[in-house]
Design a protein around this ligand. Structure first.
Ligand code: GDP
Ligand code: MG
Length: 177
């Protein structure tokens, strides 16, 4: 929404990262548009979406970047990370490999992103508890070890999505102000 441009107090970039099909695009569409899509269209990703939120008396506009499926080929370039103040790092609680790959994503973040980037770890698809392969405690201890915030979310059931993005936005705001 361009009408916010003159009025917002802060504008910043954040990125979504994590393995293919963990739910990055749906987390973003849920947060930015309150929409969810049952089928994945990995090659038709939007470049980014905006959402403005109030923190205290400040209006903050977050520009959140999504991949267009490049993560499938490990082909995310450094420009994707350039200038990002925050990252939502996503895994799928029903696929252990997506959790095991978090280390690779952190390594990439530390190579290409700013050293003080705010990172929120998200275990998505919490609605599929019956197919769970990663325990909540495993997510928690990994996050603690790496100094990240952590939440489990469901883009489908609209659980904790708002909270995850707001956690990142609030932390960025505290760093900036
Ligand atoms: P991306 O490749 O990381 O962007 O993942 P997508 O957002 O395209 O989602 C991949 C698939 O997972 C799609 O079929 C989505 O409908 C599904 N999905 C995403 N989030 C959730 C969720 O919270 N719960 C469930 N059950 N499915 C989800
Ligand atoms: Mg996607």
């Amino acid at each position: 929404d361009d009408s916010f441009d003159e009025e917002c107090d802060y504008l910043f970039k954040a990125v979504l990262i994590g393995d293919s099909a963990v739910g990055k695009s749906n987390l973003l569409s849920r947060f930015a548009k309150d929409e969810f899509y049952l089928d994945s269209k990995p090659t038709i990703g939007v470049e980014f979406a905006y959402r403005s939120v109030k923190v205290g008396d400040k209006l903050i506009k977050a520009q959140i970047w999504d991949t267009a499926g490049q993560e499938r080929f490990r082909a995310i370039t450094s420009s994707y990370y350039r200038g990002a103040l925050g990252a939502i790092l996503v895994y799928d609680i029903t696929r252990k490999t997506t959790f095991e790959n978090l280390k690779k994503w952190l390594r990439e973040l530390r190579e290409f992103a700013a050293s003080d980037i705010v990172i929120v770890l998200v275990g998505n698809k919490s609605d599929l508890n019956q197919s769970r392969q990663v325990e909540v405690e495993d997510g928690q201890s990994f996050a603690q070890l790496e100094g990240l915030s952590f939440l489990e979310t469901s883009a489908k059931e609209k659980l904790n999505v708002e909270e995850a993005f707001l956690e990142m936005i609030n932390k960025i705001y505290n760093v900036m102000s």
